[in-house]
Design a binder for this molecule. Structure first.
Ligand code: NAP
Length: 457
């Protein structure tokens, strides 16, 4: 089969993997037409809704994404909910192929009693709330609790700990959502307990993030020397590690353990070898039972946490569970619910082991919630290359209604107010302008209706 019309691709989700997929297709396939969809009027996915507000350098990656939009090949169609405004089947009327870059929205659970009590939250909800994601704007977090537990020792947990430990002055020069800044201004949180189930060598956080905790204006970091003393297996793992992250983390942790507290207003207690086993309280979170662990080697060489039998009780009024994101998939496509990914072969969606023609995945819904933003580039390139290979081999059915006008007309008829790249650029300008007098990089709009009204006014 030979291709008679230019390749047309729908990329669903305008986070990092969506942009990287579009960029690669644009470079490799002259004349390609790419529509980059997002259910929100705003682009950038987790760069806007996940990266911590006090990490502006990481957010600067959006400049790379803006350059991808400069050419005629890629359009942004924001405020379009695929699966609702336009179904997956309908997409195939207009495009040869779809790349699903929808990420991982849900959170993994701990599977312990009490984790659904009021006051126990998924860290991912808190992150989306303080970043102004419209779906989370109306959430409430009771920051009147003096003591808070954050479960997990990954970079999301560190972000949450840091935001809770920052002073209002540290936050008010960032793009944190206005409602979160107000709530955090009157926060009474004084002690933040970050809990790792395994030891420091197995921690998932990275060096700069761990070091930043020690640089906070009004928070001491407390590490117990006995909890970072390495068991023989961890010491061996550290010596054999082929990257320096664990070794550098250990240096920082040893420095924290050696440093007496300076009497700052807040304290971050970084604990290891302890797992929450129960959260309880009369109608809301009041305490957490913690089991102390030891590490035992697994057959595959990794170290697993095993309870020693010793327990302790931590009186806490708020819990953030930060044990990983979980993908929820795309209606109509298979899902590996345990891993939270759509089954795929290097990006080609698989159903019963066979590729589903014209359906591809990239990013977290392809490989799971791992890596940094840049990890999504080779991941998306791999998928885009397979799509191009399939197109070149004539394996992708020509859509019955090719051409940009067809999909635009369809969405108009459905009454969908598509948010274009020009709309976004206008909204971006308005957000930045709102920040100028306050000395903030931007003041985000946090409701879709307000975003639409702002660009129309
Ligand atoms: P993550 O890096 O996978 O960390 C999850 C943490 O939860 C691990 O410490 C894990 O411990 C722990 N955990 C899992 N199940 C648990 C349980 N039942 N009980 C207690 N602890 C449990 O996930 P993440 O922090 O959500 O981050 C997701 C990705 O985004 C990562 O790749 C991260 O590096 C990235 N990210 C990067 C930045 C940045 O670059 N600044 C910021 C935020 C996120 P075990 O190891 O024992 O399983």
């Amino acid at each position: 089969m030979t291709n008679t019309s230019p390749l047309r691709v729908a990329v669903v989700g305008s986070g990092p993997s969506g942009f990287y997929a579009a960029e690669h297709l644009r470079k490799q396939q002259p004349g390609v037409e790419i529509d980059l969809f997002d259910r929100l009027p705003t682009p950038y996915g987790l760069v806007r809704g996940g990266v911590a507000p006090d990490h502006p350098k990481i957010k600067a990656v959006t400049r790379v994404y803006d350059r991808i939009m400069a050419g005629p090949e890629v359009r942004f169609l924001g405020n379009v909910m695929i699966g609702q405004d336009l179904t997956r089947e309908e997409l195939r009327r207009f495009y040869h192929a779809v790349i699903h870059c929808v990420g991982a929205h849900a959170d993994r659970s701990l599977g312990i009693p009490g984790e659904d009590l009021p006051g126990s939250h998924a860290a991912t909800d808190f992150v989306a709330w303080y970043n102004g994601h419209p779906d989370y704007t109306d959430l409430r977090f009771d920051l009147s609790a003096g003591r808070v537990a954050v479960v997990g020792v990954g970079n999301v947990a560190i972000d949450v700990v840091r935001i809770l430990a920052c002073t209002p002055e540290e936050l008010e020069t960032t793009d944190i959502a206005p409602h979160a800044l107000e709530a955090l201004r009157s926060s009474r949180v004084r002690e933040i307990w970050m809990l790792g189930r395994r030891g420091p060598v197995q921690a998932a956080f990275t060096n700069p993030e761990l070091r930043e905790l020690g640089e906070l204006a009004d928070a001491d970091v407390i590490v117990r020397p006995d909890e970072i003393a390495l068991d023989p297996a961890s010491a061996a793992a550290l010596a054999a590690a082929d990257e320096r992250t664990p070794e550098r983390n250990m240096e920082t942790l040893r420095a924290y353990a050696a440093k007496p507290p300076e009497g700052k207003r807040r304290t971050v207690h970084l604990r290891f070898l302890c797992s929450p086993v129960e959260i309880s309280g009369a109608g809301r979170v009041e305490r957490m039972i913690i089991a102390r662990n030891r590490l035992v080697p697994e057959a595959n060489g990794s170290l697993r946490a095993e309870p020693t039998g010793e327990r302790e009780t931590l009186d806490v009024g708020l819990v953030f569970r930060s044990v990983g994101y979980l993908g929820t998939g795309v209606p109509g496509l298979p899902l590996d619910a345990r891993k939270g990914v759509i089954p795929n072969d290097h990006g080609r969606v698989l159903e019963d082991g066979a590729p589903v023609s014209g359906e591809y995945v990239a990013g977290w819904i392809k490989r799971g919630p791992s890596g940094v933003i840049g990890t999504n580039k080779p991941d998306a390139v791999e998928t885009a290359d397979l799509l191009l290979e399939d197109f070149g081999a004539g394996k992708l059915a020509t859509p019955p209604e090719p051409g940009r006008d067809a999909v635009d007309g369809f969405l108009r008829e459905r009454g969908v107010r598509v948010f274009s790249w020009a709309d976004w650029q206008r909204l971006d300008g308005l957000e930045r302008a709102r920040g100028v007098t306050l000395g903030r990089p931007r003041v985000k709009f946090t409701r879709v209706a307000d975003m639409l009204a702002a660009v129309e006014s």
